[in-house]
Design a protein around this ligand. Structure first.
Ligand code: SIN
Length: 526
């Protein structure tokens, strides 16, 4: 029996947003515009988000496209048969309005010599439709502008960890938080999870250190469903620096969109004959081709050749800075790259307005599974989804808050989390659940995860780093368990879930879908 925490402080908010990237900030803006008080709670600092590191841009129907139909077609093709077509249409058709709203919030997208918004191309897109900012600093620009807009409108609490979404018979009643004052409760009827992804499940990732699957763990704990968590997208061109693990700099797919080529150490193309779109094939295809070439040649990286691009440093300042730090000049040197964990295509099951199966609990952005991404997300659809669904979820959360004004979380208990050592978990995930998986490896992974031991939170508070660390390890263990079980259950190769021991499918078999919420066993709570 885990003792209840000592609650040092209490607060009340109409809407609590957990996470401060594009989806969370957009939700906060929408809730505030709807007249409700929202508070943004983030366990990291103001720019410790995946949004901050997003490079390529925001995919949205181009001005010269008659409708969203082509963008929908590209998204469905990349998603390998697992997208929800109605959700794809709904979200993509809402794109232009979401972009206007972001521009109103102060986001500056790059323009060309003609004064029109500049558009680039990335993998899986049949045309150049991707808006970008600061060359390849699109996420940083969104983060800057949205944070500035939100900070004038509602409180933001950084370095505060949400440990549990509290519920009663009517749905959400509050959140249990730990910050520099110890444990506290914010009473609220509406919570928006915008916690981002799961990249820290792996030894190398493009994600920030806080991408530990928190939203998936919180949602499962609260009784919501998750789906498609086995579909982890590996970005094919992440800067390879020997012996460096943790967050690694991305080399945006837009570099290939502007003409760079993927080659091996002999100078041979990596993707010739693999897919009609070559280096600009959907991301799962290119990541597999890179993985296969590395395996064949016995190397740990291939190369991106961007030397023929006119002014790499000006068009791609973020990529150039990452390369410079590693002693590489992309205008003159080949850039060593290898796949690394990048994006979680599945997550907490929501509709296209961010509603989960728990009343009052919403999810938006990478943490959510709306049906837009299917088995493999189309490049640059994620920032768009964060803008569209974040705004809708914030507005709906505000509506619920207006309807339920007297909510009060009753008894607060601490989850009884079980954890596996983080280094061991990351090593096992990297070996057994990366670009290519098989049943034996996934079974070995589950054996490790089943050995998780109980780790109680300190009842009287403890340091912020200690509590955050325990919670993150628990969230990683829950998320890895759900992912491994889902990957084992899906006995087909589909999108970015490639099983070396099963055939490739082009359409999904829904009976291969594992339901963590129905199973409940990854969530061993008091
Ligand atoms: C990139 O710039 O290559 C990443 C864009 C994305 O993940 O959508």
């Amino acid at each position: 029996m885990t003792p209840n925490p000592t609650i040092a402080w209490e607060d009340r908010a109409d809407v609590v947003i957990v996470g401060g990237g594009v989806a969370g900030l957009t939700a906060a803006r929408a809730a505030t515009q709807a007249g409700q008080t929202s508070v943004v709670v983030c366990k990291g600092g103001p720019v410790d988000t995946a949004t901050q590191f997003a490079q390529g841009g925001v995919a949205v129907v181009a001005d010269d496209e008659p409708s969203a139909a082509e963008h929908v077609r590209d998204t469905l093709a990349a998603g390998a048969g697992l997208c929800d077509e109605a959700a794809v249409k709904d979200i993509l058709e809402a794109g232009p309005a979401a972009i206007r709203s972001a521009i109103n919030a102060g986001v500056h997208f790059d323009t060309g010599a003609d004064g029109e918004y500049a558009r680039t191309r990335e993998g899986g897109h049949s045309r150049a439709r991707i808006l970008h900012a600061g060359g390849d600093a699109t996420g940083a620009e969104l983060q800057r502008a949205l944070l500035a807009a939100v900070r004038t409108q509602c409180p933001t609490r950084f370095f505060a960890t949400v440990l549990r979404v509290l519920t009663n018979d009517a749905g959400v009643s509050g959140v249990l938080v730990h910050d520099d004052r110890g444990y506290g409760v914010i009473h609220t009827a509406a919570v928006v999870l915008a916690t981002g992804g799961v990249g820290q499940l792996y030894s190398s990732s493009t994600n920030p250190s806080g991408a530990t699957g928190d939203g998936i763990a919180l949602a499962l704990d609260a009784g919501a469903s998750v789906a498609d968590v086995e579909f982890i997208q590996f970005h094919p061109t992440v800067l390879f620096v020997p012996a460096v693990e943790g967050r690694r700099p991305l080399v945006s797919e837009a570099v290939r969109g502007e003409g760079a080529r993927l080659v091996d150490a002999r100078g041979d193309s990596v993707t010739d004959g693999v897919h009609p779109l070559g280096d600009l094939a959907p991301r799962d295809v290119v990541a597999r081709a890179v993985h296969e070439r590395m395996r064949t040649l016995g190397t740990d990286h291939v190369f991106l050749d961007a030397r023929a691009l006119p002014d790499v440093a000006q068009r791609f300042p973020t990529v150039t800075a990452g390369c410079t730090d590693a002693g590489i000049d992309p205008q003159h040197d080949l850039i060593p790259v290898a796949p690394a964990a990048h994006y979680s295509c599945g997550g907490v099951v929501t509709d296209t307005h961010g509603r989960t199966s728990v009343p009052g609990l919403f999810a938006a952005g990478e943490v959510a599974r709306t049906g837009l991404h299917g088995a493999n997300r189309l490049a640059s659809n994620s920032l768009l989804e964060g803008l569209v669904v974040g705004e809708r979820a914030g507005a709906l959360a505000a509506q619920r808050a207006a309807e339920i004004t007297d909510v009060r979380a009753a008894e607060v208990s601490v989850p009884r989390w079980r954890v596996v050592d983080r280094g061991a978990l990351q090593a096992a995930m990297t070996t057994h659940a990366s670009v290519v998986r098989d049943a034996q490896g996934l079974t070995d992974l589950l054996t490790l995860l089943d050995s998780a031991t109980e780790r109680a939170l300190p009842v009287d508070g403890g340091s912020q780093a200690e509590v955050r660390g325990i919670f993150e390890d628990a969230a990683l263990t829950v998320t890895a368990t759900a992912l491994a079980r889902a990957a084992l259950a899906r006995t087909e190769s589909l999108g970015c879930h490639t099983r070396s021991d099963t055939p490739v499918s082009t359409t999904s078999t829904d009976d291969a879908r594992y339901d963590a919420a129905e199973d409940r066993s990854p969530v061993d709570v008091a």
